[in-house]
Design a protein around this ligand. Structure first.
Ligand code: NI
Length: 174
């Protein structure tokens, strides 16, 4: 097991689409384990492979990390196959530290995915889990939650975030 480095906005790899997983091997299982360790350590409720620099279609989610047993979902080649309703909830992202915003999503989604052995599953969820599925699958298309804000809010975010990065750099230099 190993902790992986989480890439932060505006790292270009976060903007790239990921490729489908075709080999369900030890390497994939190792990546899933390392991603889970990295997510719990952060701590966060979801992590997509491109966030650790691997442009493969795999996400992990655990929206109830404090419950026993936990509800870790490792989803390979995930896709949303049904949607219902609308929701507007606050989101954050391990790749955009220190920033939260309300994002419009479907309120209920059904996700079809494969596990690390290649077996196909379906899961329907609303609430935090449903939002998490949509947020993590977006990462596989190179879409961050800030990309779903209005143009005005997005430009405010950019200014605020770049200012924060600059201040952090100056602090490190001092
Ligand atoms: Ni994210």
């Amino acid at each position: 097991m190993a902790l992986l480095k989480i890439l932060h906005y505006p790292e270009p790899r976060l903007k790239k689409p990921s490729v489908a997983v075709t080999e369900f091997n030890d390497e994939l299982r190792q990546l899933a384990e390392d991603m889970a360790e990295t997510m719990y350590e952060a701590p966060g409720v979801g992590l997509a492979a491109p966030q650790v620099g691997v442009l493969k279609r795999m996400i992990i989610i655990d929206c109830s990390p404090s419950e026993e047993p936990n509800d870790l979902i490792v989803a390979v080649n995930p896709e949303i196959i049904a949607t219902e309703g609308e929701s507007l909830e606050e989101e954050g992202c391990l790749s955009v530290p220190g920033f939260w915003a309300n994002v419009k999503r479907f309120s209920t989604v059904t996700m079809r995915y494969q596990d690390v052995t290649g077996k196909t599953h379906e899961r329907t969820a609303d609430g935090l889990l449903g939002i998490c599925m949509q947020h993590e699958i977006d990462h596989l298309e190179g879409i961050l939650f800030v990309d779903r804000l209005s143009p005005l809010k997005r430009s405010l975010f950019r200014k605020k975030f770049m200012k924060m990065l600059k201040e952090r750099e100056q602090k490190n230099e001092a």
